[in-house]
Design a protein around this ligand. Sequence first.
Ligand code: A3P
Length: 292
Amino acid sequence: GDFKGPRQALLCGVRVPFYAPVIDTDFEKDLSRFETREDDVFIVTYPKSGTTWVQEIVWQIYHNGKVSRKNIEERYAQFEKSQLFPRPGDEPAVALSSRPSPRFMKCHFPYHLLPMSQNEANRSKYIYVARNPKDVAVSYFHFVRSFGPDGDFNGTFENFANFFVNGKGSYGLWSDHVLPWWKRRNDPHILFLKYEDLKKDLYFNVRRVSEFLNKSLSEDVIAKIAHQCTFGEMKKNSDNFSVKDIDSKPLLLRKGQIGDWRNYFSAELSKKFDEILVSKLEGSGLSFDFGT
Ligand code: A3P
């Protein structure tokens, strides 16, 4: 039919959502000379894989378990929406290059576009979060719909899922995004997490993240953070987990479960996801829990 899918733009050759503003050629130029710092923290995902969750965990780890009252978007820069260098007339704080350390950044770029120091000694920290692609598609569908009429998407789930599974979604084909990060999982500067593992044992994973970041915390603080980062606790502050600059204030927290896809997928669609996406993981050692 004439279904077009959500509105998108191109950034460095990658399809990005329409709401990534000011996409201009300067970004591409600036990207190549952007300097990362040893104490930068990047949280990288294919969208809807648990970005916000891990952002909150990392934030609390850095603040010894204190819960912030600021919106998550004020605490993290979205790398691909950022201005990398100051331009004439800008507030100095706006550009990433003039922000104080540590810089907290989230990003949905594929591996090959993320700036990374060749020198291991001063390489930043990258936390990659992956989630099973069927739940990602359901979560993404609800998210794009929540942008309201201006979001330019009011198709059905079936429309969206076909778009997604054919690699026409923002940030490309899910498996092309996940696998290159998985391949680098043993880099000591990269931590590869799975949404489903966080769901099953948050305490263990909060500790793992804190160790990765070289932040030693007491067991009590780890337990406190694990509690404060459960879906129910975060939902109590859901205003702080919404997209601020969009009128409809899309929420970043929705249902927070493994296996919600079963309420949306036909057997045929599920098979298509298995054939196109899940099959790509064969032999990689990466697998996902699809819930029951
Ligand atoms: P659902 O739409 O399935 O509920 P992202 O932050 O990458 O956009 O991912 C959003 C997804 O992560 C949403 O999934 C959201 O509910 C879920 N999420 C956020 N915080 C969570 C938490 N504390 N526990 C479980 N899921 C969480």
